[in-house]
Design a protein around this ligand. Structure first.
Ligand SMILES: Cc1ncc(COP(=O)(O)O)c(C=O)c1O
Length: 441
């Protein structure tokens, strides 16, 4: 790899979810990527323990995807999907719905945030379409992350993502409790035994607002961005039962859990719980071209297919819904997942991963370790008298110096490697993070 010139002015790019001033004083730049590694402009290799941002599930620079994108952009660079269509959008929809029984349509978006807002809008419109128009309330969960649109932000439950915009939140949103209790389920391997009853918190909100006002509940099956919170055994099943009892739609936000992250196609398959709608993005196209899709269970679409046939049924969609180049990237990605058995591979590796990450129990300041599939969160105690997230940030910086990219959320080190990772690379991640934790005080 050749060394590349550094950009000489970092100021014009207002970076997302970044400490801009801090970063621009000592930038961490990524110039190239292949398989499990990034390379810096100086040619230093960084092992990717985060699959980019929980999204490059098949690893970087996959030739099949690159070729599919190149061919598609030359053949059909763009075609709208409003009242016209292009063939691979339909082919991809058929492939996607065939991956998960019981779901008959997908609605295309370009990101997780758009998938969430789309799912919330479909839920509200569906309730109205079936004569339940009083159901206008949306329920999220504390510590949930559902992207940054006004809908997703409103049902989300991470304070830093909400507090500035408080008065602009959607009206009529409420939240159930999150599922994490450090006293009861710290250091659980996989799903905690304790906490299924926390789903009953939905009954509290039904008692407060009445079911006739509630359209839908949205949760991440495994909460990722808040620091990997794994649902207690039986929790999601119970949530499903309560939703059924009260005619409330259940939405899973599978933007992270979809496409093999847990060692199954989707969390719905992994947990055996069927939401009415579930959102996806990220791994759908291996992040090569932005894309998302909302999966709808059988019957949802049909509820809209009435009225005059020549009329648009739902006034919603994006210019880039089903962008042909994104569709081509997604089809190639699905081929790789299938041909290489990557979801099964993730399932096979997850016990090794689990033991590896839990080997860090007992290190200084480690107060919890959580994992499921190929995800892990290692929570550090906050530094007394320091700004929040300072230990988490240090862990990220020091690991990067040592050639491993991890994320941090608050004080939790988050990891979600590409599903092509080897056992040796798992060891490298754990050895590096172990060293890092020992050096941050
Ligand atoms: C569960 C979940 N929902 C939604 C989003 C938002 O996705 P995007 O950043 O593509 O808008 C994310 C992003 O990490 C996510 O983890």
């Amino acid at each position: 790899m050749t060394a590349q010139a550094l950009p000489n002015d970092l100021e014009p790019f207002w970076m997302p979810f970044t400490a801009n001033r801090h970063f621009k004083k000592a930038p961490r730049l990524l110039a190239e990527a292949k398989d499990m590694h990034y390379s810096t402009p100086e040619g230093r290799k960084i092992l990717d323990a985060t699959a980019g941002l929980w999204c490059v599930n098949a690893g970087h620079g996959r030739e099949k995807i690159v070729k599919a994108v190149q061919a598609q952009v030359a053949k059909l660079d763009f075609a709208p999907s409003f009242n016209v269509g292009h063939p691979i959008a339909f082919e991809l929809a058929a492939r996607l719905t065939s991956m998960v029984p019981g779901y008959s349509q997908v609605f295309y978006t370009n990101s997780g945030s758009e998938s969430v807002d789309t799912a919330l809008k479909i839920a509200l419109a569906y309730q109205r379409a079936i004569g339940q128009g009083t159901r206008t309330r949306l329920i999220g969960r504390e510590r949930g992350y559902h992207g940054v649109g006004f809908g997703g932000m409103s049902v989300g439950g991470m304070v830093a993502n909400r507090k500035i915009w408080g008065p602009s939140m959607l009206n009529g949103v409420d939240h159930i409790r999150h599922t994490h209790d450090p006293e009861k389920n710290a250091f659980s391997k996989g799903q905690p035994e304790w906490g299924a009853h926390l789903a009953d918190d939905l009954e509290r909100l039904v008692a407060l607002h009445d079911a006739s006002t509630i359209a839908a509940v949205i949760v991440e099956p495994v909460a990722g961005s808040t620091g990997v919170l794994v649902p207690p055994k039986g929790y999601l099943q119970r949530l499903r039962q309560i939703c059924d009892k009260h005619g409330i739609l259940l939405i899973f936000d599978e933007v992270i859990t979809g496409f093999g992250r847990l060692g199954a196609s989707f969390a719905t398959e992994y947990f055996g719980v069927k939401p009415d709608l579930f959102t996806t993005a990220k791994g759908i196209s291996n992040a090569t071209i932005p894309m998302g899709a909302v999966f709808c269970r059988k019957g949802i679409y049909d509820a809209f297919m009435n009225g005059p046939e020549g009329m648009i049924e739902v006034f919603h969609g994006y210019t880039y819904s089903a962008h042909p180049v994104a569709c081509a990237a997604a089809l190639a990605t699905l081929d790789i997942y299938r041909e290489e058995g990557l979801f099964e591979r993730a399932a096979e590796l997850s016990p090794y991963w689990q033991e590896a990450v839990h080997s860090m129990k007992g290190l200084p300041n480690v107060i919890d370790i959580r994992n499921l599939g190929l995800t892990a969160g290692i929570e550090l105690s906050p530094r007394p008298n320091a700004p929040p997230t300072s230990r988490g940030m240090d862990a990220h910086l020091k690991a990067f110096e040592k050639g491993v990219m991890v994320r941090f959320s608050g004080e939790t080190i988050c990891m979600s490697p590409p599903l092509i990772i080897s056992k040796g690379q798992i060891d490298q991640i754990v050895d590096t993070v172990t060293d890092v934790i020992k050096t941050i005080h």
